[in-house]
Write a protein that binds this ligand. Structure first.
Ligand code: UD1
Length: 367
């Protein structure tokens, strides 16, 4: 059977986005195949997500692994091009904003294959973030752009992208959250008993936070301060652990109340967030997941590409500033933090909407 849509994943946050799409494409049906670039390759960062989320085994694995941004992007491009020659899909579908997203979009566009971007139009307006560059360029290359929130259309129009190419469908990552909430592993299981004081879940991995010794030190000191009141449960990204060790900050990771974990599976992380007092993070995905769960979130970044989590959700931006983080933390302890509401179309049906629209688009001969 010919491939209609060749779907691409590479890094951890891609996996929860592709899972409901592959299921919706199989149901519609749309003839889809899956390429894994291998950007993330550790079992805990990759295989466990395929197992827990029931993602079909990739048809092709490019096995590129880690390197500098340029080398990683180039390796993905070189490895992806011959796959397109063999598969000859009508369109390539990419999700999110990682290096695999832009690399495969660029290869497809140069071969005159239509590009579909899921989670289009998000902007932090901060080009120091590698993901912001990936987002802008991927959207410029895309023929069909599916968005998660309405502000995304304004961003795309500002960059000269025609409104007809843009479809507001909602959030596929929240499809995955809603589909798996019942099966989430309770925090008490992951932690060997629920911490009596309650706990904060922490994730940190952005280069702007973990690659600067001064900023990482201040953040870890702040977490140690939080850990005096609540346990700090910290599933640590390999890059953050390596940075802390390199900078001689491992002592702070062992402060009283700090509970370091290896990267967790999706169902473990979901249960941990659901049962938490709050989340402290610099992740894009966790800002959205906490909004969907109604759990307060402190985002230790100066900006966010997901403004709906601030306007309607439970998210507060503090930057990496200890005073602001601790003030927000005290506020959450005192009154529970922002209540928030569930954003429009974050209802578990985004992938079904995409599959319905995409079937019509393909049938109309658009690709
Ligand atoms: C990538 C994405 C980021 C996303 C994050 C989620 C880009 C530009 N960044 O960042 O948007 O939020 O994934 O995790 O694509 N490593 C391992 N095992 C792995 C993968 C990575 O140990 O399976 C280590 C390597 O030392 C590697 C480092 O993590 O050098 C960084 O990996 P990389 O894929 O370059 O970027 P992330 O920081 O994971």
């Amino acid at each position: 059977m010919t491939t209609e849509v060749l779907c691409v994943v590479g890094a951890r946050p891609n996996f929860m986005k592709i899972a409901p799409l592959m299921a919706a494409f199989a149901a519609r049906p749309i003839a889809a195949k899956l390429v894994h670039t291998g950007q993330h390759y550790d079992p805990a960062m990759s295989d466990s997500f395929f197992e827990q989320l029931g993602i079909p085994r990739p048809d092709v694995n490019l096995e590129v692994g880690s390197s500098s941004h340029a080398a990683q992007t180039a390796d993905i491009m070189r490895a992806f091009e011959p796959v397109l020659d063999v598969q000859q899909p009508r369109a390539v579908l990419v999700v999110g904003d990682v290096n695999s997203t832009i690399a495969c979009a660029l290869v497809a566009a140069k071969k005159n294959i239509k590009v579909i971007h899921v989670e289009a139009g998000l902007r932090s307006d901060d080009r120091r973030m590698p993901e912001e560059i990936n987002r802008i360029l991927t959207d410029q290359l895309s023929d069909l752009l599916y968005t998660t929130e309405r502000t995304a259309l304004d961003n795309l129009l500002r960059e000269g992208i025609a409104a007809e190419r843009v479809q507001f469908v909602g959030n596929v990552m929240i499809d995955t959250l809603r589909a798996h909430l019942d099966r989430a592993v309770p925090a008490a299981t992951t932690l060997g008993g629920k911490p009596p004081r309650g706990y904060a879940v922490v994730t940190l991995h952005r280069p702007s936070n973990v690659d600067s010794p001064a900023i990482l030190q201040r953040l870890l000191e702040t977490l140690a301060e939080v850990a005096r009141t609540l346990d700090v449960v910290f599933p640590i990204h390999p890059r953050t652990r390596a940075a802390a060790e390199r900078l001689g900050l491992s002592g702070l990771l062992a402060a009283p109340g700090m509970r370091l974990l290896a990267p967790l599976g999706y169902l473990e992380m979901l249960g941990l967030m659901r049962d938490a007092t709050l989340v402290i993070t610099d992740s894009g995905g966790l800002q959205e997941e906490t909004t969907a769960l109604g759990v307060p979130c402190i985002t230790v970044r100066e900006n966010t590409e997901r403004p709906i989590t601030i306007a309607e959700g439970t998210n507060t931006l503090t930057g990496p500033d200890p005073e602001k983080i601790l003030a927000c933390f005290r506020e959450i302890l005192a009154n529970g933090g922002k209540r928030g509401r569930n954003p429009e179309y974050w209802d578990g049906q985004a992938a079904v909407r995409i599959a319905a629209h995409l079937r019509g688009w393909l049938d109309a001969g658009s690709a």
